[in-house]
Design a protein. Sequence first.
Length: 594
Amino acid sequence: MSPLIPPNSSSESADGAADPGVGLAALTARLAEEFNVGPETLHRVASAFREVRDRAPDLFVPVAGALAAAFAAQAVSGGADVAAVHAALGEWALDAEEEPLERMRRDCQRFQDAMTRGVLRLHAGSADECTETLLALQRFNFLQLALLASLATRSQEEGGVVRTLPTPEYAAFMEIFRTTIESHRQDGRQLALLLLQVGKVEQIDRQLGLQKGEAFMLRLTRRLREGVLRKQDQLGRVSRDQFACLLPRIAGEGVAILAANKVLGALEAPIPIGDRIFDTDAVIGIAVYPEHGEDPQTLVRNAKLAARVAREGAERSAVYNALHGESEERQLRYETRLRHALEQNTLGLVFEPQLDAHTGRIGGLECGLRWQDAELGEVPEVEALATAERAGLVREVTWWLFNNALRQSAGFAKAGLECKLGLRVSASGLLQPDFPEFVDRALRTWGVPPGRLVIGVHESAIAGDLAQVRDLFGRLKRLGLRLGIAGFATGASSLGNLAQLPFDEMQLSAAFVHDMQRSPLHGKIVRSLVRLARDFGLRVTAEGVADGETVVALLALGCERVQGPHVSPPLTAEDIMIFERSGAGLAKLRLSDL
């Protein structure tokens, strides 16, 4: 579907001066007239937008940024403000100003295809209405493509709205890299590769859409070109969130380190996207030719390994060394085995009993992941979850854990053990866009009452975008779930966060509980946290209880449940039922009272 591009397309104002706002609005209006995109067309597109969004959300893919907001407003009003939509189109196009034309066309087509499927589903019974709406969508899509193509053409002209050199994508950059290495091989000079990994892109993609994420990367590119890179340096794109920069003919590794620090310094200031600003959260991995590799693929791989080390450490840049390769090989092995475990369904569950202080019976179970691998042996849960993070398997592991834990909870209830089930969720798992909907489906699938599930969140997971977390927690609370905070006072959160979020329970960290009898400081921290929890109306569970003396002290403070080595190690589902029927928990508490 190729638009006709008017040969005299322009984004200049009437007096000939470039004016990005007025000029682009005029260009949009003229193209709209040329493609017959009038008020009736916009009204039909806005109506289709509203109906597909509300009645077929599985097919709905919103337009990026301001354009989505404009159509949402039109959907509410039921009308079509031509000027508002034209202005929104202009803003959306400017966000895509530096993209290659093919990417622009693909983004437009993606919206067109999704809306077409929605219209066909909703109005297939009315042929006339369906045809008219599809024609309006097609005209509107032509308008988008024409506007973007015009901007892409002007971006190559001096003095136009856009003045940016294209950034080579992976294949083109690797060819540049290869020829650069050849020239260095001939004259015996060193070459450095800086692999810049931008951590914020995924968050922007998730919150604002792919188009805004791309605009963020493009503005970052402009900042590097204008303020950091020399004329002879080469910048290329190697993945969604990674840039590679070639520094030719350097005097040594020290020069590369200085250059990396200069890049990171230039990226300290946040980048605005719409009415929001975002830090780059950037790190850099450094590889030097020929010491760290003699071909592009090896140097890129080793620079990526160094970037991973920089991400995991205190510094924001790192130079590759051979130990990074050994660590990477181990991590890759773990990631491969975890994928295998998910495919073969060989992961397991363990449950740690939480004893009710009043009855001595099981008042709750904290569910954990058990990974017993044929090659790796028993893999600790913390290592399993870290592997899932690195491998991009957080969603799959979280889904597996919830489905199987709730299935087992239903089994416990049938056997007569109805108690709270605690499931700890990582920050990445919690912030999956459809997490509340998934939990709701899983609860209904296994017939587990929502009030029986306690979703545990570590303090570190709420130290970021509080508004986003508050919205997510509100959706979970509306389902009837209970929320617990773990590790409070061990991370970067605050009393303000605790006060603003709808928690029901607090889990005292074993780091404080374990030594509360021997360390006066830890004893004071535990007393303060229990008092704080009671002031906020939270139930308190203490983990890491190692002896009866600690149990007595916790009960005296008003702690409702205890768990840890003194109570029981984590058990399989079968052993949990044996533990409950034997009355072992009651014996433990009675013993502690002596």
